[in-house]
Design a protein around this ligand. Structure first.
Ligand SMILES: [Zn+2]
Length: 253
């Protein structure tokens, strides 16, 4: 699949942007910059949603907005936490304000559907809140809006069949799915280590003081079974789920 011939919002001109987006789907990938263990780069949470956004643009002739790279903080039970260097973040209120104001400007354009694809676990609630503020102001009118984290598209049966030791999405930070997707999408950015963490955290717990064994070098679960093959299957599965959901929401209009 060539993802490079995607139509990009920022390459339009002011003169032709209204006409170009009229009746079309706009796709906005939202990422994050945070540590992903010793084997993955800081921009995993950006590269993965960007790849799904490009695929969606090809599948639905949609237009892609530029990736938003900076997001909210990394937390110990889902991202490893801020004791690891490299995480660049803004506070939740700032993130909501940024999104809300950007979405309000976008909403003046005549697109038919907006799709936001998130790649950073902690962003989700803030994205939903910003969208809901714009909705409450009447910003979207009757247009459809979809926002989700890419892992929300993964069918539970797929996980049960393909990943029998799956620890839960909160603990998947730098784990088997992100490592495998990166081996499929950007193998040159993946280092040879496959750290395993034997005790994935519980979901939905904030704990102080932080346990010394909370992660293995920032990895919250096992990575040793990761492969490009799993990444390729997972990418195809999520791509299909996104394609179907966007089509269904479109058909309900
Ligand atoms: Zn991640």
């Amino acid at each position: 699949m060539s993802q490079e011939n995607v139509e990009r919002f920022c390459e339009l001109t002011s003169q032709n942007v209204r006409q170009a987006v009229e009746g079309r789907i706009l796709v906005w990938p939202i990422g994050g910059i945070e540590q992903h263990g010793p084997h993955l780069p800081l921009n995993v949470d950006a590269l993965i949603p960007e790849a799904f956004a490009k695929a969606l643009c090809l599948d639905h002739e949609a237009i892609m907005l530029p990736l938003l790279p900076i997001s909210v903080r990394s937390l110990p039970q889902s991202g490893g936490g801020l004791q690891f260097p490299g995480t660049v973040f803004v506070e939740g209120g700032t993130f909501i304000d940024y999104l809300e104001q950007s979405l309000r400007s976008l909403a003046s354009l005549p697109f038919r559907q907006l799709v936001i694809i998130n790649g950073h676990y902690e962003n989700e609630g803030f994205i939903f809140e910003a969208l809901d503020k714009v909705r409450a102001q009447g910003g979207f009118g009757q247009r459809s809006v979809l926002a989700f984290s890419w892992w929300s598209m993964v069918d539970e049966r797929w996980v049960a069949e393909q990943l029998p030791e799956f620890p839960g999405w909160h603990a998947e930070h730098a784990g088997i799915t992100e490592t495998s997707l990166m081996l499929h999408l950007h193998p040159q950015l993946v280092h040879a280590q496959r750290p395993d963490h034997e005790h994935p955290p519980r979901c939905g717990v904030y704990q102080l003081p932080l346990r010394a064994d909370a992660s293995t070098q920032g990895v919250l679960s096992k990575t040793s079974a990761s492969s490009a093959d799993i990444g390729q299957k997972l990418f195809a599965h999520v791509r299909r789920q996104i394609q179907d959901m966007v089509g269904e929401v479109d058909a309900q209009r």
